[in-house]
Write a protein that binds this ligand. Structure first.
Ligand code: NAI
Ligand SMILES: NCC(=O)COP(=O)(O)O
Length: 328
């Protein structure tokens, strides 16, 4: 087994990301964990949590070594202003984006084998004047990928989204035959090649109530979704069920039979997944030129520095990144 080098971005400094990264470091890992963060932030937060932390400088020319318990490898970045747990400060948004930019660039050049991201606060980054809708879109833009797929994976269910962080008012227009085809193609390819599913079975949600009720409750199914799914079945022999009404799709008889559920928008699919597996799920971006996994939760500002944040999803995200990197 070769030792992989995994970049980690803790995300918003005032949130629980730094806490979780410090908690991760309390155990040994079979990969080098290269954290892109302010060393003083991590040292101060570790002190607040009462946890030991040794920071080792990142040495790109050396072979990666497994990370020892109590330690992290660090690429240092500097906060603009000192950070108080739980208190957002837009002056530190540039720092957050710098860590993501570095992690993306150094994955694209092959120096890292994957990136695992902690939670950012999208609102404060925008408030700082930096347009930002999510890591998924940020890394896609940086890598010049027109379409990537947000897929969340939990022990019970895998859900992917046709549209990601856009206002609900724009969703219908964003569901075009081209986008739907691209999303299905990326998913099909990666489920086969990266997840080892020979012929993935897709369950696809409709957009409208009752999947449009034969056009009486909306026409997107008839005009776009059904013809596109039919074309993908014919052209690529894909195993696709649907579109089915989203309100009844998420029941055991369908989920037990599905490799993946494709939801049309963020809050159609993710509440179901999170109600079943919050804290046990991983957010994976498919279609990037490298591996990116992330936590299933946000910045939980009220828990930062308290020691109460649950590390479950971050552990799942890191394990998944190491597993995918090993297979790569
Ligand atoms: N991967 C990312 O970068 C994500 C970032 N966000 C961002 O996070 C910010 C806050 O979003 P919210 O909707 O409030 O979601 P949130 O996930 O931060 O919090 C929702 C609820 O879950 C709890 N919670 C979250 N993570 C937890 C953990 N690890 N352990 C224990 N409890 C936990 C919180 O205390 C709160 O009650 C927003 O700016 C949002 O955009 C949200 C989701 C993912
Ligand atoms: N709900 C998922 C989420 O907000 C995280 O998205 P991203 O920042 O990983 O694109």
């Amino acid at each position: 087994m070769t030792i992989k080098r995994i970049a980690i971005t803790p995300g918003e400094p005032a949130g629980i990301g730094p806490d979780l990264v410090i908690q991760l470091a309390q155990q040994a890992w079979p990969a080098e964990l290269v954290v892109c963060a302010d060393p003083n932030l991590l040292a101060n937060r570790a002190k607040k949590l009462g946890l030991p932390l040794k920071l080792k400088p990142y040495q790109p020319t050396l072979e990666p070594k497994p990370q020892e318990a109590g330690s992290l490898t660090i690429v240092p970045f500097s906060l603009a202003v000192e950070c108080e747990s739980g208190k957002l400060d837009e002056q530190n948004s540039g720092y957050v984006v710098e860590t993501l930019t570095y992690a993306g660039e150094h994955n694209m050049n092959g120096e890292f084998d994957a990136v695992v991201t902690g939670p950012v606060h999208k609102g404060i980054i925008n408030q700082a004047g930096i347009p930002f809708s999510g890591h998924t879109e940020f890394f896609a833009n940086q890598a010049k990928c027109r379409d990537v797929v947000m897929m969340l994976s939990s022990p019970e269910l895998q859900v992917a989204l046709v549209t990601t962080h856009i206002p609900l008012a724009y969703v219908s227009k964003a569901i075009t035959p081209e986008r739907l085809r691209n999303i299905l193609s990326i998913l099909n390819k990666d489920l086969i090649n990266k997840f080892g599913i020979a012929r993935p079975r897709f369950y696809v949600c409709g957009l409208n109530p009752h999947a449009g009720e034969d056009g009486h409750l909306g026409r997107e199914e008839i005009d776009i979704i059904i013809p596109t799914l039919d074309a993908m079945r014919t052209e690529f022999d894909m195993d696709i069920v649907g579109p089915l009404p989203a309100d009844t799709l998420f029941q055991p008889k369908y989920l037990e039979d599905a490799d993946i559920v494709l939801a049309m928008y963020h809050d159609q699919g993710l509440p179901v997944l999170k109600s079943l597996g919050f804290g046990k799920s991983v957010n994976i971006t498919l279609g990037l030129p490298y591996i990116r996994t992330s936590v299933d939760h946000g910045t939980a500002l009220e828990l930062a520095g308290s020691g109460q944040a649950d590390i479950g999803s971050f552990v799942c995200a890191l394990n998944k990144a190491i597993e995918l990197a090993q297979k790569n």
